[in-house]
Design a protein around this ligand. Structure first.
Ligand code: SF4
Length: 352
């Protein structure tokens, strides 16, 4: 088969994404009602890049924010609203509550979890840390409040390399949890002495190297953007590796007209908004060759819908609570991360 028909097949597949269940009128009505409720309750919508584009757009239109988990945390903490409606997964709501215990934190659903959080139960993790008392405990933001309370540092993928580098410069050895692929990536980038927990993200772990190489061959003009929660074999094929914000930045700065993106497809909303003349396609996750089915979407992020946002606002259900005994311990490693990234930013601004 020549390359052109195969490319057409890929495009046809990508165009055939799940049909929307709401009519445009129903969607507009829901958006209108949510905006009214947010204003009436002086609440603000804080959405992750992986949520449905319609929720991301609504967050922007109503004065909220669309961001990665680090910026969601910072925005929620600094915003004057007394109610934060966090569209994402549970650890994001918990992080907001830990940083702003005085605020009411709502989520469209409390069932939206994360395979990394599930893969790191606090009892087992704590026992592991106890076996290595000489090591600094660094955990990814995708963890429960109890795991954060056991940690010395919390990091997100946008600051993990820099934080670990600075700990290594202080001569510290590290326990890293829970994402093994991100941990290995940080280890390779920094050379730090790290013991890794062995969880993984069920979305990023599905990207397939052979199929990605086939897709690269089919689209030689494309750059490959990869989130470091992906396996090493995928990272090796990347033109840029980084957090969601860093990948969005790469899409803006790299000259390529086309990008193959190995992370949740919810990110396309922001990429397309900032780069209207560029094209984005999902990295393959299953199937044969470059026409494989791509389904890079987190099932828990997908639980955030317009209907559940409105229902939550109307009923006040799905409020996030964190054990008050954990908050003073969990806030310390989170605050360290916020302070670290803030001072890194100021340094950068000073050097500019
Ligand atoms: S995409 Fe992966 S890391 Fe992100 S919330 Fe879903 S399961 Fe967790």
């Amino acid at each position: 088969m020549s390359q052109i028909p195969e490319r057409i097949l890929v495009q046809a597949h990508l165009a055939a994404q799940q049909p929307r269940l709401l009519s445009p009128e129903q969607e507009a009505q829901l958006r209108h009602e949510i905006a009214q409720e947010l204003a009436r309750q002086k609440a603000v919508l804080v959405a992750h890049y992986y949520t449905d584009p319609v929720i991301q757009a609504l967050a922007e239109q109503t004065g909220g924010c669309v961001a990665d988990s680090l910026e969601m945390a910072r925005f929620g903490k600094n915003h004057k609203a007394s109610t934060l409606l966090v569209a994402g997964v549970r650890f994001m709501g918990e992080t907001a509550k830990i940083l702003s215990p005085e605020k009411r934190i709502l989520m469209p659903t409390l069932e939206a979890t994360c395979s990394l959080d599930l893969g790191c139960p606090v009892d087992e993790f704590s026992a592991f840390c106890d076996q290595h008392p000489d090591r600094t405990v660094v955990v990814y933001a995708n963890t429960s409040a109890a795991v954060k309370a056991r940690a010395d540092w919390v990091v997100t993928s946008s600051c993990a390399v820099e934080v670990v580098e600075s700990l290594m410069d202080n001569g510290e050895k590290i326990i890293w949890a829970p994402d093994q692929h991100l941990g290995r990536y940080v280890q390779r980038e920094t050379g730090a002495d790290m013991l890794l927990w062995d969880s993984a993200c069920i979305v990023h772990e599905e990207f397939k190297a052979k199929q990605l190489a086939d897709m690269k061959a089919l689209y030689p003009e494309a750059a490959v953007l990869v989130h470091p929660e992906s396996p090493e074999s995928i990272i090796e094929l990347a033109d840029a590796v980084g957090s969601t914000s860093q990948l969005i930045k790469a899409a803006q700065t790299l000259p390529n007209p086309l990008f193959i993106v190995a992370t949740d497809r919810g990110i396309f909303y922001k990429m397309q908004q900032l780069c209207p003349n560029k094209q984005f396609i999902e990295a393959p996750t299953a199937g044969q060759g470059a026409t494989c089915r791509s389904c890079a979407h987190c099932p828990w992020m997908a639980m955030n819908t317009l209907e559940s946002v409105l229902q939550t606002l109307r009923t006040g259900q799905n409020e996030v609570f964190v054990d008050p005994a954990l908050i003073p311990r969990a806030i310390k490693p989170l605050q360290r991360m916020l302070n670290f990234t803030q001072s890194a930013r100021l340094k950068l601004a000073g050097n500019a």
